[in-house]
Design a protein around this ligand. Structure first.
Ligand code: AMP
Length: 420
């Protein structure tokens, strides 16, 4: 071990787990790519103000969890705690909303940073695959995104996840609801921190996990009973579209999520095998975010799915993803001349699309054959001086043990035939 370890709350992705991560990223994004979402990549850090204005000054993410710093040049920057604000910023900066059709549909995959208390399923650097559909207000679009997430989880073989659904209303109906909720909450026995939250962001109190708080919330006014006609009808259409597509959901009137920018449709995917960190993904509509960061009105909807927790959920369900392919051929050279010739053969095989590896480090026959077997290759390619003098190499089937000479100049064709 070196004298350094990965910082608290982070971990290294090493084989074979790293292969699982890549397979999960691939599976989570495949439905998006089929549905016309284009790939976007933004910097790992942004101006701090983007997140404090976008994600919200009253959220834990901004007040407690952001890796914010001032550069030597005096610029306030922060590692991105989530993807939506950055993607919208980038889309506005590139004028994507003016150049093509609306909605602008984008997907991303990357690492996000939150200074949280680390525990199983909660890290300070974590991985998300996300999608944003910018510039359209249409219940079909909300349904599309939710269905794409459901299909992504299903394609991985995940079964025990649930979709929780709610509507948070809009600027028409939420202010009156917010006031009614504040009235109710001010009559409760709450600690100072929570009372402050009642003033700044009362909806977040509904999400408080503590039993002492939850007990008092019985009878609290719920957004769903205060939705205006437009929000009610919008939400009903989303629900119908999901039902028609076989995307089962549970209405969760207390679902508010930890970011300030959500309006109307909000949803979360939870997995029952993960303990307290059960959210594997979530998202919603954010019709006001563009204006909050200085852009035009662009009603939008998006989600982010947690890659780390999806991997944990797969483990909890005992789902094994297909392991990465093993080499077809493993070359075992005996002596310097054979090293040169077999390395040339391996290069040619690889260029012809064959998976090939090599016994590096000048190992003797016994150790090199051990490496060949450990690699899981189908064939070993063995050559010493005598074989080379005859213009041949020995091809050994590592499954059956059969072995025979193959002419060097016909090696690639012979191996390709055998592999078919
Ligand atoms: P959020 O932006 O908080 O809605 O997060 C979206 C998803 O990212 C969550 O459902 C989790 O799966 C994942 N996620 C959020 N925070 C963390 C974290 N600290 N560690 C691991 N995964 C996380």
């Amino acid at each position: 071990m070196s004298s350094f370890e990965a910082p608290k709350g982070t971990y290294d992705l090493i084989p074979p787990d790293s292969d699982t991560f890549n397979a999960v990223r691939e599976a989570l994004s495949a439905p998006l790519r089929r549905a016309g979402y284009g790939y976007i990549e933004t910097p790992a850090f942004e101006h701090t103000g983007l997140f404090s204005r976008g994600v919200g000054e009253s959220t834990d993410i901004v007040t407690k969890e952001m890796y914010a710093f001032t550069t030597k040049g005096g610029t306030d920057l922060a590692l991105r705690p989530e993807g939506t604000a950055s993607v919208l910023r980038a889309a506005l900066q590139a004028n994507l909303h003016r150049l093509g059709n609306l909605p602008v549909k984008l997907w991303y995959s990357g690492s996000y940073y939150r200074y949280e208390r680390p525990q199983a399923g909660r890290y300070r650097q974590f991985s998300q695959v996300g999608a944003e559909a910018i510039g359209a207000e249409d219940p079909v679009l909300d349904a599309e995104l939710i269905i794409l997430a459901v299909d992504a989880y299903r394609s991985l073989g995940l079964r025990n996840f649930r979709l929780l659904l709610n509507s948070l209303g809009d600027q028409e109906c939420r202010p009156a609801y917010r006031a009614a909720l504040q009235d109710f909450l001010r009559g409760l026995d709450l600690d100072e921190d929570t009372r402050r939250r009642v003033d700044i962001n009362p909806l977040r109190v509904l999400d408080d996990k503590r039993e002492a708080v939850q007990k008092q919330l019985v009878g609290a006014p719920m957004m769903r009973d205060h939705l205006c006609e437009a929000c009610k009808s919008y939400h009903e259409q989303v629900r119908e579209l999901l039902t028609a597509a076989g995307a089962d959901f549970e209405d969760d009137p207390k679902l508010v999520r930890g970011l300030d920018y959500y309006t109307r449709t909000t949803f979360e995917f939870v997995h029952d095998g993960l303990g307290s960190q059960s959210a594997v993904g979530g998202g919603g509509r954010y019709d006001g975010l563009s204006e909050m960061i200085g852009g035009p009105s662009l009603p939008s909807v998006g989600w982010a799915l947690g890659v780390d927790r999806t991997v944990l959920a797969l483990k909890a369900e005992g789902v094994e993803l297909t392991p990465p392919a093993r080499p077809d051929v493993f070359a075992v050279p005996l002596g310097d001349e054979a090293r040169r010739v077999l390395f040339g053969a391996v290069t040619e095989l690889r260029r012809a699309g064959v998976r090939a590896d090599f016994a590096f480090g000048g190992k003797g026959l016994k150790n090199a054959m051990k490496s060949a077997n450990r690699s899981g290759a189908r064939f070993a390619l063995v050559a010493g001086e005598r074989d080379l003098a005859e213009g041949a190499v020995q091809l050994k089937d590592l499954g059956s043990g059969d072995q025979g000479p193959v002419a060097l100049d016909a090696l690639t064709t012979t191996i390709k035939e055998k592999l078919q």
